[in-house]
Write a protein that binds this ligand. Structure first.
Ligand code: BGP
Length: 462
């Protein structure tokens, strides 16, 4: 029998996606504000207005049986400029959120960076600039010093793979670059910055644990041929290993490194930095699980990335090819896909959790899991049976992995309430609670909110 006594059942959000109040209380511009304003795209200026609704939101978490809240701190709300000047009003806002969590018996699970780089750093080259790594560590130190008595679970970065590949390879997220060599550099800098943040945490002697959150997608092959196995290894390095191996073992996968060094200048990876990476590995891994990656051997064509669920391309148009490495197979005829083109594949969660457990042996939190759908929130209650079945199947898969020995310590539904879904805007809804963006951001629990509460309570009795 699994022991779920201290299991962290919760839900998650991210600062830019829910806070709003983008220019209030001396918050400065983030790269996302800048980019979306310049391009005239739907933005997170108001989003779910969590800045003014957080008490109601956290109270609803408690009433929904939840025990933990994963959210992120906003760098542009906390640090005003390159000189590191602190915004006391920003700190005060997060103190209020943290106090509110504790008053409601909700454990805060806090991400330091969920993609909202201050624009003043983006203008210096963003993640291509080594200086930003040190700036991140300084910002992380400010967070540790100010909040260490209220936070025991820290995360350096949310999903390096997703924001680096979207920003520097696919080019659909700011800074909208499409360049392999810059992607490698940005990826390296993020992993180095994460290690520097962990070093600050350890040197400060703070209580608690620190980890990283990865957009985990276990890799499957279309058949058992040796060529497919090779393609799978390439895909696994591309999708997972450069984050998980580097964060958990302090080592960039050796075959990846040797492959890259044949084609690109990676002399910026300095021995003293690699030593810091080696010495500052994570206490736990956070895995965001949405789906798996199914691959076949590379046949032909240039490197191509069309990623449907981060743009508004039509269903079935997603495509990923990495020249000479692998091709992603987007449509398994035996599988089910959401209206945003994501395969629903709970088995991948069980397999993936066991794989990560065997490879790294670290505690794991599922830091995001959920389904994004179009929904009419003007009805008295959103009847999101599909979300209930999605969560039920994934939680079942998680339990199966736990029964087979995986050390899983928490599960966070994405998302606590409806919020801004990056380039999808607000119409791609993931929340357990509906937010009516057209009518004062009124909150109404969906059917899944109650189902989640009852599921948590029934498991607590076991
Ligand atoms: C993860 C991010 C979240 C969230 C989620 C859903 O990659 O950490 O910030 O947005 O995915 O993705 P999307 O909103 O693009 O559908």
């Amino acid at each position: 029998m699994m022991d779920l006594k201290n299991f962290l059942w919760g839900s998650a959000t991210a600062s830019y996606q829910c806070e709003g109040a983008w220019d209030l209380d001396e918050r400065v511009e983030s790269m996302w504000d800048h980019y979306l304003h310049e391009e005239g795209l739907e933005n997170g200026d108001i989003a779910s207005d969590h800045y003014h609704h957080f008490e109601e939101d956290i109270r609803m978490m408690k009433e929904g049986g939840q025990r933990a809240y994963r959210f992120s701190l906003s760098w542009p709300r906390i640090i005003k400029n390159k000189q590191g000047e602190i915004n006391e009003k920003g700190l005060a806002f997060y103190h209020k959120i943290l106090d509110c969590c504790h008053e409601n018996g909700i454990e805060p699970f806090v991400t330091i960076y969920h993609w909202d780089l201050p624009q003043y750093w983006e203008e210096t080259g963003g993640w291509l600039n080594e200086e930003v790594c040190t700036a991140f560590a300084q910002y992380a130190k400010v967070c540790f010093q100010n909040f260490h008595t209220k936070i025991r679970k820290w995360v350096t970065f949310n999903e390096p793979k997703w924001f680096v590949c979207s920003g520097y390879l696919i080019g659909n997220y700011p800074p909208c670059i499409q360049d392999v060599s810059k992607t490698i550099k940005a990826a390296y800098h993020v992993m180095y910055a994460s290690a520097l943040g962990i070093k600050e945490f350890r040197e400060g002697g703070y209580e608690g644990e620190i980890g990283i959150v990865h957009s985990f997608t276990p890799v499957n092959g279309v058949d058992d041929r040796i060529e497919t196995k090779i393609a799978m290894r390439y895909a696994d390095n591309y999708c997972n290993n450069w984050i998980l191996d580097t964060a958990a073992k302090g080592e960039i996968p050796i075959d990846l490194l040797s492959e890259l060094s044949k084609q690109y200048d990676i002399s910026y990876m300095k021995p003293e930095q690699l030593k810091i990476i080696k010495e500052n590995t994570v206490d736990f891994l956070g895995l965001n699980y949405y789906s798996r990656t199914l691959v076949k051997p590379y046949t032909s064509g240039e490197t191509t990335f069309v990623v449907n669920n981060s743009g508004k391309a039509g269903k079935g148009s997603s495509k990923v090819i990495v020249k000479h490495w692998f091709e992603q197979v987007m449509h398994d005829p035996n599988s089910t896909y959401t209206e945003w083109d994501t395969e629903i594949y709970p088995k991948g969660l069980k397999d993936g959790l066991l794989e990560v457990h065997q490879k790294y042996g670290l505690p794991i939190y599922i830091t995001e899991n959920g389904i994004g759908m179009y929904e009419d929130v003007t009805v008295p209650q959103v009847d999101d049976e599909y979300r209930i079945s999605f969560m039920r199947d994934h939680i079942k898969a998680m339990f199966e992995a736990m029964e087979q020995g995986a050390n899983i310590k928490g599960y966070f539904a994405w998302s606590s309430f409806d919020l801004y879904s990056w380039k999808n805007g607000c119409e791609k809804r993931y929340g357990l609670v509906a937010v009516d963006f057209d009518h004062d951001r009124i909150r109404k629990p969906k059917k899944s909110y109650t189902w989640y509460r009852d599921m948590i309570n029934s498991n607590a009795e076991n």
